[in-house]
Design a protein. Sequence first.
Length: 130
Amino acid sequence: MKFLADADFLVALAKSDDANHERATQKAETTKGADIFITPFTIPETVTVVSYKASQTAAKKLLKELRSKNFIEISLDEDIMRFADELFATQGAKGTSWIDCLNVVVVKNYKLDGMLSFDAFYKKQGIALG
């Protein structure tokens, strides 16, 4: 199995007081042995959220931990970025995340099995949540 990890999943794993912490822990257990992919934006977005929601100290500790994981980082080329821009441009809802659009394009382009995420946006785009 191959999944793209979203920042909301990694934040939920890292923060024991996150509303999705238990679900994230269960997902992490059930996807052991799977290939876990990230984009160049995943870790920076994750640690930024932790810095806001917890502390800078927690964010720095998490940054070091995440950088030591065996994630497979997907390189982004011009086509991927253009497709992400195009998907974003088709969205009408306030608060749409460009990063989420990028993730959809990555999952589809690389034929991954789904996302490790709790964001309903992905399901609306036909992406399975792992």
